[in-house]
Design a protein around this ligand. Sequence first.
Ligand code: NAP
Length: 306
Amino acid sequence: MSHIYDRVALIGLGLIASSMFWAIKRTGLAGEVTGYARSEATRDTARRIGLCDRVCDSALEAVEGADLVVLCVPVGAMGAVAQDIAPALKPGATVTDVGSVKRHVIQAVSPHIPEGVHFIPAHPLAGTEHSGPESGFAELFDNRWCLLVPVEGSDSDAIARLRALWEGMGSNVDEIDADHHDLVLAVTSHAPHLIAYTMVGVADDLRRVTDTEVIKYSAAGFRDFTRIAASDPTMWRDVFLSNKDATLEILGRFTEELFALQRAIRTGDGEHLFDYFTRTRAIRRGIIDAGQDTDAPDFGRGKANP
Ligand code: NAP
């Protein structure tokens, strides 16, 4: 495949940036990929494992001459990073990001984008509970959605090029408005993470009472919560602080439903519970039919990998 960009700069070298690097290299989507992370330890690791063609000791050096700059840092750090790199951005270059929240990132980054540079926010709906430069892999984005969130006046050629990059990395690409993105993600990702954090926190409190049984006899439901609740604390703190309104709206609705189910249990309303669980089961079917998860029992973990 011919290059989509001559030079791509990845700022922040964690799960998403490292997966992007391996996915770009898989089919040669860029001529050269430079990278920068704030800590020397991460830069050393990147050099050791061959992550990026060139690891730079400053963000300015990494973005110099880049046609595409990808901000791969926590949502709360996007504005400061954009401010740092602004003086070195090449006219005609595109700046994009991979942040899990869009309205906040647009507000934080846009003021720093110089005239003549395109800014096209994006969010790949793909991830794992692991983080850091060694956690990435080329297949992370395969058959996963990447949402582009063009801002007012975004250049259509620049959007098409970024779309081609994400498609080349294996993603299905859609465009979406920032506020709608933040509401949808509050339902599908942000609120579920908070619920998982809460459930594991409750179990941890209980563990003090029941000693080790919660861990020892950990059943599939709880284990799935612990996987989600192992996600990076900095990233998730920033997600909740920057997608506050949408998350609070969804949590409000969640609490109402929880009370309704609590009441059904208390009053022995089996019909309510049965109907509710029948409806939710259909949603799982829809996700599998859309090719977004496996139908295999226990999420395809298998016996060898419990
Ligand atoms: P990660 O593995 O934790 O890596 C984060 C990177 O950002 C590291 O290189 C870190 O540098 C750097 N960083 C952290 N705080 C910083 C700060 N204050 N200033 C400058 N750099 C900083 O994170 P990730 O999972 O790749 O997430 C990156 C972005 O992708 C986030 O915005 C997140 O919302 C989004 N995202 C994540 C997922 C997911 O499932 N993980 C999915 C989709 C989108 P050091 O290593 O030097 O500390």
